[in-house]
Design a binder for this molecule. Structure first.
Ligand SMILES: [Fe+2]
Ligand SMILES: [Fe+2]
Length: 311
């Protein structure tokens, strides 16, 4: 019996209600807000996310994974709205797994307040006790669900304006290796969730600004000679790339777009991914449900070959 896992990412819920102007002016949020207005604020459409929740309810997957950047400026009203969005899936919290992205830890203050862990506590519970203390909370979590073991990582760290790079750290990568070696995980297909992908964008500067600073070690940790699914967001681009490890493992890099973004590039248009996974056969199939602007509905589409992507 296989299972269906749906994967969405980067809804970037924006909600500035009740935020005093001085909080915007005194910190990084102002830069973030201007950046958002200039670059993409007008393109993120909450209505598409609502339509996606309805489409997911109709699909009724066994599990939904959300790979970060649920908010934009890590504000309380945004976390509230993002949680309400997830609740509209009408799924039991044990069937929904969520990890933080760089925007969910946008400022040092949001990290100190532990906002992500507080708002999404129900979606980050763990069946194994391997978590370590990180800026984004206690990770990794391991959730054993039918044919899969979902391992949720936090690569989010507060950074200076315009830098969105991530970091996993030695302790978390060791915990990841311990999780992958655990008999309950070995008996299933490992699905690793990280906001930043397992490969960095091409180009030194882009890599420094947007990539994972310990990406080489992350990839080595995932290569344990078996098949592993590595789900991510952050690039706002969907794709499926098969990476072969030195130890013979196959890492499926599976990227999802921003759930809310209207984009002229079809590979970046709002969508979510759907995976069929079987304990014995691994990843059986992968496709996307992509927003059709004209028909105003989600439709099936292939996942593009991610090997050609640059992030
Ligand atoms: Fe994002
Ligand atoms: Fe991101």
């Amino acid at each position: 019996m296989s299972m269906i896992l749906a994967h969405l990412s980067d809804p970037h819920v924006l909600d500035l209600r009740g935020v005093p102007l001085h909080r915007m002016l005194l910190n990084k949020r102002l830069t973030g807000w201007i950046n958002l207005r200039l670059k993409r604020g007008h393109k993120h459409r909450p209505g598409i996310v609502e339509a996606m929740m309805a489409d997911l309810r109709a699909l009724a997957p066994d599990h939904v994974a959300v790979t970060g950047d649920l908010t934009n400026l890590a504000l309380e009203p945004e976390f509230e709205a993002a949680r309400a969005m997830i609740e509209r899936l009408r799924m039991d919290p044990s069937q929904v797994s969520v990890i933080p992205g760089n925007h969910d830890l946008y400022t040092e203050g949001s990290r100190r307040a532990g906002r992500f862990g507080e708002f999404f506590a129900k979606y980050i519970t763990s069946d194994l006790d391997l978590a370590v203390d990180l800026p984004g909370g206690r990770f990794p979590f391991v959730r054993l669900r039918e044919d899969v073991a979902l391992i949720g990582l936090s690569s989010a760290v507060p950074r200076i304006p315009l830098i969105s790079s991530g970091h996993l750290g030695d302790a978390q990568r060791q915990a990841l290796r311990d999780a992958l070696a655990h008999p309950e995980v070995v008996a299933r297909v490992a699905v690793v969730l990280s906001h930043h992908p397992v490969v960095n964008p091409r180009g030194g500067l882009r890599s420094l600004m947007r990539g994972l600073d310990d990406v080489v070690d992350f990839r080595a940790s995932l290569d344990d000679g078996r098949e592993v699914l590595a789900l991510h967001g952050h690039w706002h681009r969907r794709g499926h790339e098969k990476l072969t490890g030195d130890r013979g493992g196959v890492i499926h890099r599976l990227g999802a777009t921003s759930a809310s973004l209207l984009h002229h590039d079809p590979e970046q248009m709002a969508s979510y991914n759907v995976y069929e996974i079987d304990r014995g056969r691994g990843l059986v199939s992968a496709h996307a449900r992509v927003w059709n602007v004209v028909r105003e509905r989600f439709e099936d589409a292939a996942l593009p070959d991610g090997a050609t992507q640059t992030g």
